[in-house]
Structures are given as structure tokens and as C-alpha cells.
Design a protein around this ligand. Structure first.
Ligand code: ADP
Length: 251
């Protein structure tokens, strides 16, 4: 269980990106964040692994407590939290396998990570590539793969961490609709199989309908909808996407 307790973020320039948000995400849930650009989805996701420190409130994880409690707890939380980004953040000149191995680094001490990783890590990375259908491309350079394949490598890298939580920020936004659906289906299947809690921001409503266990609609930094995909009526979508941009710079 992941909990957000009254999380709010005001950036130093006065932009109030997230207004107090309370949310509990049960283990294994595939939660989709919907909302227009600028709604606060990325900022909220970044709070969940401590990349952004909320100006108010706390994030707690069952068994760990507050992720901001001390540096060790935050490190431990990050070890169990995989990140997937829109632009995959792969290193183009490295092979798919080497990129996935990067996901194993957090399991080792800084000193240990200067040396070749053990065979077990290599095996885990290969298994992760196999799960996204890319075992035959393991030794190809990442920059020679298609956009969809690159994002699959991004998913495999997150999975090689053996995470309990996955945070995905617009993971299929730059893919064509058919590829986006296949890549998200892979992510969804692996999360289901491993009981991983996933929090995924999307801009494709049809994909939210297809894959989400639960949808959170964000507008202007606030939760304006919380429910099942089947409750996403046109009037709810209007509430999410047509909300007047009321917040921003603090008074
Ligand atoms: P979304 O992911 O829904 O597009 P973001 O979380 O990226 O929304 O942004 C929410 C708001 O916070 C926007 O108004 C954005 O311009 C602002 N914002 C995001 N990051 C920063 C930052 N580092 N400094 C100042 N403002 C920011």
C-alpha cells in the first residue's frame, strides 16, 4: 500500500503544481492518472519517488513508513520503485542488454557497481528482455531499435529492478496508437503477473479505459475524479479536460 497524505507542491517560482492530494493505492493496483498538460501528473509522480520533495504532506509505503524519513529509507524505496519515462532515457550507444543491466545497479553498493555485475544480474536482465519480447535484440544497440522496442527496453530495465512499485510518466505518448496499445499491454501484463503496483500517467483515454483498475482525473493540481474506467462519461471527461486554469502562481 502506497499512501499520499495531503501532498502539495509549490515550486520556488510560485507555481502551485499540486494542491493537497490524499490517495491510497492498494498493492497490485494499476492506477492511471489522466489530465491535461500542466495538470500536475508528472509532479505528483515525481513526488512518489522523492525526485520532487513535496512542500507539504508525506508519502508512506507499507513496511517502510515515510519515504522522506531519512536518506536510507528513500534509497531503499527507490531500489523497489521502477521508473519508466516517455523518452525512455536509454543510452543509445549501449546494447539493449546493457541498458537493462543498468536497472540492476541499484541492487548493489556504489563500490560494487564499478565491477562487472554477477551472472545472476545478467540472467535477470535477459529474462526481463524476454518478457517484453526482445530477447533476440539483446545485443543490438538501443539506438537501432524502433520507438516501441526502445520503450520495451525501458520497461525491461524497470522490471530488472524487481520492483514493487512502477511509476510511468506518459510511457506511450510518443508511439503510434497500435504500438502504444501493445507496449502498454506488456507493461500491464507484467505488473499483473508480479503483483506490482503501477501508477501510470496517460493522455490516451481509450488506453485508460482498457487497462486501468482505477482512474484519477487531475485538473489544475487537484483530483477532480476518482473511479473506475467505466465511470469515465463525457461529462466527467469535460470536468477533467475543460477545467478552467484557475491556479498557478500563488498570491
Ligand atoms: P503534467 O505532467 O500534468 O503535464 P506537470 O506536473 O509537468 O504537469 O506541471 C504542473 C505545473 O507545474 C505546470 O504549470 C508546470 O509548468 C509547472 N512546473 C512543473 N515543473 C516545474 C518546475 N520545476 N518549476 C516550476 N514550475 C514547474
Amino acid at each position: 500500500m502506497l499512501r499520499l497524505h495531503d501532498i502539495a507542491v509549490t515550486f520556488p517560482n510560485g507555481v502551485r503544481a499540486v494542491l493537497p492530494v490524499n490517495l491510497s493505492v492498494p498493492k497490485g493496483q494499476f492506477l492511471v492518472l489522466l489530465g491535461p498538460s500542466g495538470a500536475g501528473k508528472s509532479t505528483l509522480l515525481r513526488c512518489l519517488n522523492g525526485l520532487v520533495k513535496p512542500t507539504q504532506g508525506d508519502v508512506t509505503v507499507e513496511g517502510l513508513g515515510s519515504i522522506f524519513g531519512d536518506a536510507r529509507t528513500l534509497r531503499e524505496h527507490r531500489t523497489h520503485t521502477g521508473m519508466i519515462f516517455q523518452q525512455h532515457h536509454l543510452i543509445g550507444r549501449l546494447t539493449a542488454l546493457q541498458n537493462v543491466m543498468i536497472g540492476r545497479l541499484s541492487a548493489h553498493s556504489t563500490l560494487r557497481s564499478f565491477f562487472p555485475l554477477p551472472r545472476a544480474d545478467r540472467l535477470l536482465a535477459l529474462q526481463s528482455l524476454e518478457r517484453v519480447g526482445l530477447i533476440d535484440r539483446a545485443l543490438d544497440r538501443a539506438d537501432q531499435l524502433s520507438g516501441g522496442q526502445q520503450q520495451r527496453v525501458g520497461i525491461a530495465r524497470a522490471m530488472a529492478q524487481q520492483p514493487q512499485i512502477v511509476l510511468a510518466d506518459e510511457p506511450v505518448a510518443s508511439l503510434d496508437p497500435a504500438t502504444a496499445e501493445h507496449v502498454l499491454a506488456d507493461l500491464h501484463r507484467i505488473c499483473r503477473e508480479d503483483g506490482i503496483t503501477a501508477i501510470v500517467s496517460l493522455h490516451q483515454i481509450d488506453l485508460a479505459r482498457q487497462f486501468a483498475d482505477r482512474v484519477i482525473g487531475l485538473a489544475n493540481g487537484r483530483i477532480v475524479f476518482e473511479g473506475t474506467p467505466s465511470q469515465l462519461s463525457q461529462s466527467i471527461l469535460d470536468q477533467i479536460y475543460l477545467a478552467a486554469p484557475s491556479r498557478k502562481a500563488a498570491a
